[in-house]
Write a protein that binds this ligand. Structure first.
Ligand code: OKP
Ligand code: ZN
Length: 344
């Protein structure tokens, strides 16, 4: 069985982001997931689950994945903020910084960049997206072979104690952490950008002394050249207690080039011998994406899904990026066709 958990979150629409000194219209638009939803609805409406039927992600789970203090801060934004969006200006960079008391200072303390605005509706949207990923994870535990959480805002840049890169709660990490209570979990991040938040969460949890039954692998643009500019280099591979793997790539990556790297990552995951796989799925690797520079084609996402499903694991795809809204529905449909072929 295969189900799609869809959260369009109409109320979450930051109007702008501050990019290289300029205010530009925000790339993480409602139309991204609305267009994916339209394509999936035309294809197979009976496999879609909507937010009213999601299991709400428990506060306890949120506070195992993220720092409890960060979760409380996010929840408090519902009362602290108005409809007007705020953007941090002074960031809590590096270690040893004391928690400010002033509200804009506090927002910066929990932020990574000027791409991730908040208002009084942001937290609710992030909770619905997280609940979509959580519900999809539960559906695998209940016996589904595959699920696809078609949610926004995305999650993979949100770390143990930060928002950033359009992300507030880490949907992928919430799903992977949940599944890791039942078995070993491979994480494959195929978004164009390095999944720094996901890596951070499991690394911090391991450092706190909890063994982590997860193995994260990310294929992405070289972080020396592209966001998040801080991690995702090849020589960053974890430690004896917690391993992960990074495959940074140059610009213009084609279907063939990508697939060669994907097969290596899938072999790494097979060697780990997991029970579940969680895929951070980005369509910003598509050739037409406005904020990225790989060259993947619509038909490749079908092949990508088939290669991934060939591992024969219980597999959850969680939507991350993808900003070319004209093609995103076709790209998601191509992926879903590959997933379905892989069910056989
Ligand atoms: C989120 B996800 C261009 C600025 C790009 C932010 C990228 C966030 C990507 N307007 N910087 O990984 O797709
Ligand atoms: Zn991305």
């Amino acid at each position: 069985m295969f189900k799609e958990f869809v959260a369009v979150n109409l109320s979450h629409q930051p109007p702008y982001e501050l990019w290289e000194g300029r205010l530009i219209s925000h790339a993480e638009q409602v139309a991204r997931v609305a267009n994916i939803h339209d394509a999936l609805k035309r294809h197979n409406p009976e496999s879609i689950v909507y937010p009213e039927d999601f299991q709400q992600v428990p506060l306890e789970v949120l506070k195992q994945v993220h720092l409890p203090e960060y979760v409380d801060y996010l929840l408090s934004l519902r009362e602290k903020c108005s409809e007007d969006y705020w953007l941090a200006s002074s960031f809590g960079y590096g270690g040893g910084i004391r928690r400010p008391t002033e509200e804009h200072g506090l927002l910066g303390y929990y932020s990574m960049d000027s791409y991730t605005p908040v208002n009084n509706k942001t937290t609710e949207a992030a909770l619905i997206a997280a609940s979509g990923a959580y519900s999809a994870a539960l559906s695998l535990e209940a016996g589904n072979r595959a699920a696809y959480a078609v949610v926004r805002p995305p999650g993979h840049h949100s770390g143990k104690r930060n928002m950033g890169g359009y992300c507030y709660l880490n949907n992928t990490a919430i799903a992977a952490h949940t599944l890791s209570q039942q078995g070993r979990v491979g994480i494959l991040d195929v978004d164009y950008h390095h999944g720094n938040g996901t890596f951070d969460i499991f690394e911090q949890n391991q450092k706190q002394g909890e063994a982590q039954a997860v193995y994260p692998i990310s294929i992405h643009a070289d972080p020396g050249r592209k966001f998040p500019y801080r991690s995702g280099y090849e020589d960053q591979a974890g430690n004896d207690h917690f391993k992960y793997k990074n495959y940074p790539l140059g610009e213009g990556v084609t279907d063939e080039e990508y697939n060669r790297v994907l097969l290596k990552a899938l072999q790494d995951l097979a060697d780990y011998n997991p029970d579940f796989l969680v895929v951070s799925m980005g369509f910003d690797t598509y050739g037409g994406d406005p904020i990225a520079d790989f060259a993947l084609t619509t038909s490749y996402y079908r092949q990508m899904a088939k290669e991934i499903m060939d591992l024969k694991l219980k597999t959850l795809f969680v939507q991350e990026g993808g900003y070319e809204i004209e093609a995103i529905g076709d790209n998601a449909l191509s992926l879903v066709k590959g997933i379905k072929e892989g069910l056989k």
